[in-house]
Ligand binder design. Structure first.
Ligand code: CA
Ligand code: CA
Length: 165
C-alpha cells in the first residue's frame, strides 16, 4: 500500500470521526453506536465485566429496532453452526439477579420494552436470571425473542457504547 494511499485513508477516517464520532479499536460502528462482539463463550458475569473493561456495557434493547440492529450484526458475524443452534445466541444485559422476576438492564437504562419468547421468562429450575435471545423459530423475528437462562451458561456476548465525540 502506498504511503499516500495510507495517509488518504487516515484523513478520511479522521474526517468521518469529526463529523459523526468514532468507535474505539475493535468496535464496529453502527450510526452513533459502537458494538463489540466476542465469540468466546463466557458466563454472563464475565461478559458484563469484559464489556465494562472496554468502557462499554452489555447491550440493552429498548425497541424492536435495537433488537434487529444487534441480531442482524450477529448474523453477519457468525457461521451456520451458531445460526442454527437455538441456545447459541449472545448475552444481553437483561437480568433479574437482584429481585426474582424484576428484570433490569446492566447499563442502568429503564426496562421499557420486552421481547420475551412466549413461554419465557420461566426461571427454569429456579435458576435463570440472565437473558439472551432464544434463537428459536422459523424466522428472524421469533429468533430474537428472549429467554432467561442460567447466568453460568457460557455464550458469546455483545457490548455497546456510544461513539467518542
Ligand atoms: Ca430469574
Ligand atoms: Ca428460560
Amino acid at each position: 500500500m502506498s504511503s499516500n494511499f495510507t495517509i488518504s485513508l487516515f484523513l478520511l477516517a479522521a474526517i468521518a470521526c469529526l463529523s459523526q464520532g468514532c468507535c474505539p479499536e475493535r468496535f464496529m460502528q453502527v450510526g452513533n453506536r459502537c458494538y463489540y462482539y466476542n465469540s468466546n463463550e463466557v458466563d454472563w458475569h464475565d461478559a458484563r465485566h469484559a464489556c465494562n473493561r472496554l468502557g462499554a456495557h452489555l447491550v440493552s434493547i429498548h425497541n424492536y429496532e435495537d433488537s434487529r440492529e444487534v441480531y442482524v450484526l450477529w448474523k453477519s458475524l457468525v457461521d451456520d453452526d451458531y445460526l442454527n443452534t437455538w441456545h447459541r445466541a449472545y448475552w444481553i444485559g437483561l437480568n433479574d439477579l437482584q429481585n426474582e422476576n424484576v428484570f433490569e438492564w446492566s447499563d442502568g437504562t429503564p426496562m421499557d420494552y420486552s421481547l420475551w419468547h412466549p413461554i419465557e421468562p420461566n426461571n427454569n429450575n429456579n435458576g435463570e436470571d440472565c437473558v439472551s435471545p432464544k434463537n428459536l423459530g422459523s424466522n428472524d423475528f421469533d429468533r430474537q425473542k428472549w429467554n432467561d437462562s442460567g447466568c453460568g451458561n457460557r455464550k458469546p456476548y455483545f457490548c455497546r457504547r456510544s461513539v467518542i465525540s
